[in-house]
Design a binder for this molecule. Structure first.
Ligand SMILES: NC(=O)C1=CN([C@@H]2O[C@H](COP(=O)(O)OP(=O)(O)OC[C@H]3O[C@@H](n4cnc5c(N)ncnc54)[C@H](O)[C@@H]3O)[C@@H](O)[C@H]2O)C=CC1
Ligand SMILES: N[C@@H](CCCCNC(=O)[C@H]1CCC=N1)C(=O)O
Ligand SMILES: [Mg+2]
Length: 259
C-alpha cells in the first residue's frame, strides 16, 4: 500500500501554493478553476468535518492537519474532530459537519451528508491530474502518455479518452495494460520504441518512471505519484513543467465532486 508519510506533508501550504502557480502557468486556470471546469460546482458554506482514523497502519502524522489546511486554502470551513474513529464521526456530525473527510489505509472518502454524494480519492485524483495535463496551453498535439494504469492512473486515462485525446499507456503489469487497451482503447506504449510527448500523466509509486526519450522541451508532467516520477536533474534538463503535490489537489477534486 502506498501510504503517505508525515514527511510528504511538511509545509503543505507552500506545496499547494507552488502547485497552484504551476497549474496557472500551464493551463491558464488555478486549481479552483480546474475544479469548476471539471464538476461545474463551486463551494457554498459547506462545513467539512475531518475525522482521524486509527485502523490498520493508524494515524499518519500531519494527515488530518494537512486536510484542515487544504480545505481552508480552497475556501471551505473545516475542523478536525478531537475524538477518533466512530466517536470522531459522531462528534463531526454533532458539530454541524455537512461533508465528512476520512481515510483508512484503503479508502479516502468525502461524503456530503446533505445531498448523499460520495467521492473516492483515487479516481478523483486521477481525473484532476489528467484534466490539468489535458489543458496544457502549449500542447503540440492530442497525444498524451499515461504511465501507470492502476487505481489512480486508469480513471485518469479514461478521462483523457473521454476528452478525445490519443492516449498511449504503459504499465509493467500486463493485466493493467490489457485492461486499459481493451476497455479504453488505450494504445500500448512500447518503451523500446519511444516517441516524444508534450503531455505526460504519471501515477505510480516509483521514482524514475519517465524514460528520457519521451520528454520534449517544456513538456508537462502531471503526477500525483510519490516519490516523484522524474529526477530534478532531468526536470531541469528539459525544463519540464511539473505538477506534483502529495494530497491537496486530489482532495479538492473530491470536495468539488460532492457539492
Ligand atoms: N498526490 C496525491 O494526491 C495522491 C497520490 N497517490 C499516489 O499515487 C500513486 C499511485 O497510486 P495507485 O494508483 O493507488 O497505485 P496502484 O498500485 O493502484 O497503481 C500503480 C500502478 O503503477 C504501475 N507501475 C509501477 N511501476 C511502474 C513503472 N516503472 N512504469 C509504469 N507503471 C508502473 C503498477 O504496475 C500499478 O499498476 C501512489 O504513489 C500513491 O501514493 C494516490 C492518491 C492521491
Ligand atoms: N488513517 C489515517 C490516514 C490514512 C491515509 C492513507 N491513505 C493515503 O496515504 C493516500 C491518501 C492520499 C494519498 N495516499 C489518519 O486518519 O491519519
Ligand atoms: Mg494531490
Amino acid at each position: 500500500m502506498a501510504l503517505l508519510t508525515p514527511n510528504d506533508l511538511i509545509n503543505i501550504n507552500k506545496q499547494l501554493q507552488e502547485a497552484d502557480s504551476t497549474v496557472q502557468r500551464v493551463t491558464g486556470l488555478d486549481i479552483k478553476g480546474i475544479c469548476k471546469a471539471l464538476y461545474g460546482t463551486f463551494p457554498g458554506s459547506e462545513k467539512v468535518g475531518i475525522v482521524p482514523v486509527t485502523s490498520g497502519n493508524g494515524i499518519i502524522g500531519n494527515f488530518s492537519a494537512s486536510l484542515n489546511a487544504i480545505t481552508q486554502y480552497f475556501g471551505f470551513e473545516s475542523f478536525v474532530t478531537d475524538m477518533l474513529d466512530v466517536s470522531g464521526y459522531y462528534e463531526a456530525v454533532r458539530n454541524g459537519a455537512e461533508i465528512i473527510l476520512m481515510a483508512d489505509d484503503y479508502t479516502f472518502l468525502a461524503h456530503n451528508l446533505k445531498n448523499g454524494k460520495m467521492a473516492n480519492n483515487q479516481p478523483c485524483t486521477g481525473i484532476i491530474y489528467a484534466e490539468i495535463a489535458s489543458r496544457y496551453l502549449k500542447a503540440d498535439s492530442k497525444n498524451v502518455l499515461v504511465v501507470g494504469l492502476g487505481k489512480v492512473g486508469f480513471p485518469g486515462a479514461a478521462h483523457l479518452v473521454q476528452k478525445g485525446f490519443r492516449v498511449y499507456g504503459y504499465d509493467p503489469d500486463e493485466n493493467f495494460l490489457q485492461r486499459a487497451v481493451s476497455s479504453l482503447g488505450v494504445i500500448p506504449f512500447n518503451p523500446e520504441k519511444p516517441k516524444k510527448f508534450s503531455i505526460i500523466f504519471e501515477a505510480t509509486p516509483c521514482a524514475n518512471t519517465i524514460p528520457e526519450p519521451v520528454l520534449s522541451e517544456n513538456c508537462v508532467l502531471s503526477t500525483p505519484g510519490i516519490p516523484c516520477a522524474i529526477s530534478e536533474e532531468l526536470r531541469t534538463k528539459y525544463d519540464v513543467q511539473l505538477v506534483a503535490e502529495p494530497l491537496g489537489i486530489g482532495t479538492v477534486s473530491m470536495l468539488y465532486s460532492v457539492l
